[in-house]
Design a protein. Structure first.
Length: 359
């Protein structure tokens, strides 16, 4: 039966080829498109090199080009907005890097600035990622209480791919539907579970002259509408801390986020340390972290983990390498036994499942 289906597909391809054979015009048109793409890629790289010429180009701790066997890699950055056009070169280069160079099993992006409910079907995260990975799970979040069009400040997205995608049991997001964080949970050996959070913490209160579409203003309107006291940053810290405290004794936790304040000396870092979370980057080296924003002077993004996880490698990439944006890329490798409880088994693809042994 399978052989007949494959033969039928090949016959259909031959019929299409005979009806529309490649002409000289089509070949020249295709070659011109390829050359235009290469020119755009070169111009984009030249512009990127000019913008990052005066910023930090040094590696911090381990390089991502090496990955230990038996480790799970998580990747995080803040691209400061994703293009709503899926054909933009910036999106293609970022996805290409994640697929073929980063060797990550999970990636999280904060501050995507996209209202995913208003995106066209061909521009959603599923269609952007499905051509790069055959096995993956994704989750996105944005503020559903606001209506600012397709481009909307804030939001997060995360995806897990490859063999690790077969271990996913749950996905979720912020219960207030403000798009403050998303999470993916994995089932390990027996009762062992690991949950990875990707979050974006709002910045300080903007000046009065700024537009009222910032993340701070969106969450402030939600708080006033629901008679919640305080400010958006205080509400974020309290809600996230309460959620992590309920889970930290039940499963392993990894938290990747942009805090919009100094990681090493800020209030958010103190609250994470108080509940037993550790800075994954600083566990590898006892040195001050570099600035993670291109125009900043202090680190504002990092990866936290609970006590049950073991960090194998971790590092911060130089500016301009990885997912394109105005923040540096951060990654951490965790030991599989501490992540899942045992080495990860390999699940056969659909193609290999068709092969059966005769009895």
């Amino acid at each position: 039966m399978i052989v007949k289906i494959l033969k039928k597909k090949e016959m259909n391809k031959m019929k299409k080829f005979k009806k529309n054979p490649p002409t000289k015009y089509n070949q020249t048109k295709q070659s011109s498109r390829i050359s235009d793409y290469m020119d755009l890629n070169q111009r984009y790289q030249d512009d990127l090199n000019k913008r990052v010429k005066d910023v930090d180009q040094t590696w911090y701790r381990d390089k991502y080009t090496t990955k230990n066997n038996g480790s799970i890699r998580v990747w995080f950055t803040n691209p400061c907005g994703l293009s709503i056009n899926p054909h933009k070169l910036k999106n293609h280069n970022s996805l290409y890097f994640l697929r073929y160079k980063s060797r990550c099993d999970y990636f999280g992006l904060a501050e995507t600035n996209v209202n995913w409910h208003k995106m066209k079907g061909s521009a959603t995260l599923y269609y952007r990622v499905k051509y790069y990975w055959k096995r993956f799970k994704t989750v996105t979040a944005h503020n559903t209480h606001a209506n600012h069009g397709v481009t909307q400040r804030g939001g997060n997205r995360a995806a897990t791919m490859g063999q690790l995608a077969h271990r996913v049991t749950k996905v979720g997001k912020d219960k207030t539907m403000l798009g403050r964080w998303v999470w993916i949970e994995y089932q390990g050996k027996l009762v062992m579970r690991t949950r990875i959070y990707t979050a974006y913490r709002p910045g300080r209160k903007p000046p009065q002259s700024s537009k009222k579409t910032t993340v701070y203003h969106q969450q402030d309107r939600y708080m006033r509408a629901n008679n919640i006291k305080g400010d958006p940053r205080t509400m974020f810290d309290q809600n996230l801390q309460d959620e992590l405290e309920l889970l930290i004794n039940e499963c392993n936790i990894i938290l990747m986020l942009d805090t919009n304040e100094d990681i090493e000396n800020g209030n958010f870092n103190k609250s994470m340390l108080s509940i037993g979370m550790k800075n994954s980057i600083l566990t590898r080296v006892q040195q001050p972290m570099p600035a993670t924003h291109h125009r900043g002077s202090r680190p504002i993004s990092t990866i936290y983990h609970s006590n049950g996880l073991k960090v194998v490698r971790a590092g911060i990439l130089p500016t301009g390498i990885g997912v394109h944006g105005d923040h540096r890329n951060i990654y951490a490798d965790f030991d599989q036994k501490s992540f899942l409880g045992d080495p990860m088994f390999m699940v056969a693809t659909l193609f290999h499942r068709l092969i059966t042994c005769p009895v």
